[in-house]
Design a protein around this ligand. Structure first.
Ligand SMILES: Cc1cc2nc3c(=O)[nH]c(=O)nc-3n(C[C@H](O)[C@H](O)[C@H](O)COP(=O)(O)OP(=O)(O)OC[C@H]3O[C@@H](n4cnc5c(N)ncnc54)[C@H](O)[C@@H]3O)c2cc1C
Length: 374
């Protein structure tokens, strides 16, 4: 396993759950052990997933705000779930201690490749070969071709604590677009875990990052203007960048299998990756057990959703419509369950038609035709 972040550790956890892998030697390589709470994952789910025991908080009511449309989404049977990075890493590490066939090694990976029918990982201290390498390291930024788009989803979040109870921990703010849209598609989200504690995050879909102080100014202003919070302590802070792109990432190269962001598992039009990584790692485990191909699904369904992602990225890239208007239209005209299914790449063509009918046809149809004939 090359990389022990979300994808590497999810795959490891799934392998450790299966007796099939008990007699296989598994080496996990990362530049450093995971000891920090470096990120918080949110995702929606209908059933209980593999990581249910470490779900930190969950909500079935989600507020959506934009300048001209606001609503509370009741997402039942879905739950919007939060997992803290540190809980995730520690859970997988604790399980790994009980497995004599799982080993960790901490060193910077220089490169990976194939030699004489084996996968080979190159470290400063030497080379390691294996039957397979599952790689989640993005060695360099993807080279974006002329027909591809690349936006950055960048965000800064604070877990804040207030001295008085101000939050309703039964309801989260999924997206609040009432903030300035001057930089491009920009929203806040608020995830209360107690009456006096919440993760508040400022998120943008744009081409360039902002100076750090701009994220902080926006957070302070939002807390004051929309939540009436002028006094708080910051318990934790996180900053992240997720590529939003229709670039084709590698899937399998000989005995090297790409997973996670490096394998293109962040959805191009939303940046959500947690559930896509779970689906991919589950599929890999099943393929290994049943001796099936490790390639990613290339069915019509997958191509269909790639096209939708490209169309949305096209519209955002050429600034034909801002994201606040698009999401407002979609949430105004569809039940939230359909929107969540759509964002999960799980809708039928009938559902898709409803979503397409919600947004301005003149803009989206033109963009779709251009993307199809590229
Ligand atoms: C702050 C943050 C919050 C996010 N929140 C959400 C969310 O709420 N919902 C959601 O769906 N997605 C979210 N994402 C997107 C996505 O789920 C995460 O980026 C996720 O961690 C991706 O998993 P990964 O395994 O591909 O990469 P990572 O988790 O980043 O793992 C890559 C690993 O490779 C290691 N590594 C890198 N280079 C080397 C090297 N040369 N040698 C050795 N090791 C190396 C790193 O140390 C790291 O451990 C978030 C991303 C960030 C950054």
């Amino acid at each position: 396993m090359s990389g022990s972040g979300l994808a590497g550790m999810s795959l490891l956890m799934r392998m450790m759950e299966e007796p099939f892998f008990d007699d296989k030697q598994i080496l996990v390589v990362d530049k450093a052990p995971k000891q920090q709470n470096d990120r918080t994952w949110c995702f929606w789910e209908r059933e209980q997933g593999l990581f249910e025991p470490i779900v930190h908080h969950q909500w079935q009511l989600l507020d959506f705000f934009s300048k001209d449309f606001c609503t509370t989404l009741q997402i039942d049977p879905y739950c919007y779930k939060m997992i803290r990075g540190i809980d995730f890493y520690q859970t997988v590490q604790r399980k790994a201690i009980t497995k004599s066939n799982v080993h960790f090694h901490y060193e910077e990976v220089k490169s990976i490749g194939n030699e004489n029918g084996k996968a080979v990982l190159t470290l400063p201290s030497g080379k390691i070969s294996a039957d397979y390498i599952f790689n989640s390291i993005l060695f360099h930024e993807p080279k974006i071709a002329a027909h591809e788009y690349m936006l950055l989803q960048h965000f800064k979040g604070w877990v804040i604590e207030t001295s008085t109870p101000v939050f309703d921990s039964g309801k989260a703010t999924f997206m609040d677009f009432r903030v300035s849209q001057e930089e491009g598609t920009t929203f806040m989200y608020v995830l209360p875990v107690a009456a006096n504690k919440a993760l508040v995050e400022y998120t943008l879909f744009t081409e360039k990052l902002l100076p750090q102080e701009k994220y902080e100014e926006a957070l302070v202003q939002y807390l004051s203007q929309y939540l009436g919070i002028d006094s708080f302590t910051i318990e934790h802070e996180e900053f992240g960048i997720i590529p939003m792109t229709n670039h084709t990432f590698p899937s399998v190269d000989g005995r090297v299998i790409y997973i996670g962001i490096a394998g293109g598992q962040a959805k191009g039009s939303s940046g959500y990756a947690f559930q896509f990584i779970q689906k991919r790692t589950e599929a890999i485990v099943n393929s290994l057990k049943n001796n099936h191909s490790l390639h990613t699904d290339r069915s019509f369904g997958v191509k269909k959703f790639r096209l939708y992602d490209s169309v949305l990225l096209h519209v955002l890239h050429y600034k034909k419509l801002n994201g606040d208007k698009i999401f407002a239209d979609i949430f105004r005209k569809n039940p939230p369950q359909r929107v969540l299914r759509f964002l999960d790449n799980e809708t039928s063509l009938w559902d898709d038609l409803h979503i397409m009918n919600s947004v301005p046809t003149s803009i989206f149809l033109k963009a779709a035709i251009q993307e199809i004939f590229r």
